[in-house]
Design a protein around this ligand. Structure first.
Ligand SMILES: *[C@@H]1O[C@H](CO)[C@@H](O)[C@H](O)[C@H]1NC(C)=O
Ligand SMILES: *[C@@H]1O[C@H](CO)[C@@H](O)[C@H](O)[C@H]1NC(C)=O
Ligand SMILES: *[C@@H]1O[C@H](CO)[C@@H](O)[C@H](O)[C@H]1NC(C)=O
Ligand SMILES: *[C@@H]1O[C@H](CO)[C@@H](O)[C@H](O)[C@H]1NC(C)=O
Ligand SMILES: *[C@@H]1O[C@H](CO)[C@@H](O)[C@H](O)[C@H]1NC(C)=O
Ligand SMILES: *[C@@H]1O[C@H](CO)[C@@H](O)[C@H](O)[C@H]1NC(C)=O
Ligand SMILES: *[C@@H]1O[C@H](CO)[C@@H](O)[C@H](O)[C@H]1NC(C)=O
Ligand SMILES: *[C@@H]1O[C@H](CO)[C@@H](O)[C@H](O)[C@H]1NC(C)=O
Ligand SMILES: *[C@@H]1O[C@H](CO)[C@@H](O)[C@H](O)[C@H]1NC(C)=O
Length: 365
């Protein structure tokens, strides 16, 4: 891997990834709800077809496909932009993603950390360039552009798995590829700390068509590398693993004043709801992992119908062969009901899972 850096001149183009809006910006509003902390670390291994827990990750713009090579984020046509957005926040920490960016001119793969007052730390891959990654940051939504966006050479970003990491502390922010530090931003080098990312951040992982002129400005299309050719779809980003460590421990993070300074952040003690959930896996993910491999594979491949038929056969066979009495029959029915609820949950979480058994099913978590 070469490490030549390309510093963009002050142009409009590096603005495009900045978040310009947040539901409640604590710089202007003193009544925002506290940020739910991660407060721990977790390594999501998507190669075992792990489906992102919907209590931990929100999905927008479409759902990833969960396969044995990882979570796949695909643009299959106009308007697709599958994205996972964490319901947790980290207050300094490390994020490492093992991934392949999506190919395709105008297609943007992105891994972004962002806070409610618009601090931001970015990785972005432009699908038309197989040998480049963009690093960027924003402080308090300041999009004035000097040298914030810096591009680095990385071999075969679309075809080879690389480890893209961020380590983020009060003193400095580092972007690393395959354990090698590409870029370091010290607190004092970001406008004397004023523009240094320093407030609790959530994580967003997704793909979007920056090169679609119907939904983006010309500047954005230009930055994205040109106009998307939808005849060449699908464009897929693959996320093999996502490791996130929160360097703070607590249950929530709250802005104590309107300065946007890390010193103003109040940490509430205790384990967060997310940390508790991660410590005690339950719900559909745990049930899914407890299923035999053939059943997992079938569900991951989206063949709920096949799985349901096999399950019917299994239940039927066992009841018959054991000449089940009423009680066993009830137990078998309960098993059936439970499996169907799980399937309904997985159907909701996976776009490829077909219809079946989803009627009148309650929320499983
Ligand atoms: C502050 O946030 C609350 C809750 O999100 C919202 O109802 C209110 O309109 C916001 N006020 C301002 C001035 O933005
Ligand atoms: C991820 O899951 C796969 C499939 O279960 C397994 O082979 C692999 O060892 C796991 N990787 C890690 C780092 O846990
Ligand atoms: C995730 O979605 C839920 C339900 O729609 C919403 O209440 C919550 O604010 C979302 N979380 C984030 C971090 O956007
Ligand atoms: C890819 O990006 C690098 C900067 O990282 C640049 O030097 C190179 O010219 C770009 N290649 C193409 C084909 O645009
Ligand atoms: C935004 O950043 C620019 C460049 O560092 C700086 O000159 C400007 O003062 C900043 N604006 C605010 C409001 O902090
Ligand atoms: C990306 O680069 C690798 C290594 O040079 C090459 O094998 C691969 O075909 C390239 N992929 C694309 C989409 O250009
Ligand atoms: C990814 O890189 C980070 C930073 O060098 C390192 O701490 C981490 O162990 C790496 N992850 C893997 C799976 O190699
Ligand atoms: C954007 O680009 C198109 C095609 O090059 C051009 O026709 C249009 O005038 C441009 N729009 C703006 C606002 O520059
Ligand atoms: C937080 O979780 C840890 C480990 O699961 C446990 O030992 C500890 O008692 C919990 N603390 C609180 C305040 O619940």
């Amino acid at each position: 891997m070469k490490t030549a850096a390309f510093v963009l001149a002050a142009t409009a183009v590096s603005k495009v990834s900045a978040q310009t809006f947040s539901d409640c910006n604590p710089m202007f509003n003193t009544t925002c709800t506290p940020n739910t902390a991660l407060g721990t670390w977790h390594d999501w291994n998507f190669t075992d077809s792990t489906i992102a827990d919907t209590k931990i990750w929100n999905t927008t713009g479409g759902t990833p496909d969960y396969t044995d090579v990882g979570a796949q984020f695909t643009i299959g046509g106009k308007g697709d932009s599958p994205t996972l957005e964490s319901n947790f926040y980290i207050f300094f920490g490390q994020v490492s993603v093992i991934m392949k960016a999506a190919p395709g001119v105008g297609i943007v793969s992105s891994v972004v950390l962002e806070s409610d007052d618009l601090d931001e730390i970015d990785w972005e891959w432009l699908g038309g360039n197989n040998t480049s990654v963009e690093t960027n940051y924003f402080g308090k939504g300041n999009t004035t552009s000097y040298d914030r966006a810096i591009y680095y050479d990385v071999d075969d970003v679309t075809g080879t798995l690389h480890n893209y990491s961020i380590t983020w502390t009060q003193e400095k922010l580092e972007w690393l590829v395959d354990d090698k530090v590409l870029r370091t931003l010290k607190y004092e080098d970001a406008l004397n700390g004023e523009n240094y990312p320093q407030t609790p951040m959530k994580l967003k992982i997704g793909i979007w068509a920056g090169g679609d002129p119907d939904s983006n400005s010309n500047g954005t299309v230009e930055w994205a590398g040109g106009v998307v050719d939808y005849h060449k779809t699908p464009f897929t980003m693959t996320m093999e693993r996502v490791y996130v460590a929160d360097f703070s421990t607590g249950s929530t993070y709250t802005y104590g004043d309107q300065t946007g300074s890390y010193e103003s952040i109040k940490i509430a003690e205790g384990n967060s709801t997310i940390a508790q959930r991660l410590a005690k896996p339950h719900g559909a993910e745990a049930h899914y992992k407890a299923l035999p491999k053939w059943a997992q594979a079938t569900i991951a491949a989206g063949s709920v119908a096949v799985f349901a038929i096999a399950l019917v056969a299994f239940v039927f066979c066992c009841i018959k062969s054991r000449r089940a009495g009423r009680r066993e029959r009830a137990a078998a029915d309960a098993l059936w009901e439970k499996e169907m609820q799980e399937l309904a949950e997985y159907k909701r979480n996976s776009p490829h899972v077909g219809s079946g058994g989803a009627h009148g099913v309650k929320e499983y978590f």
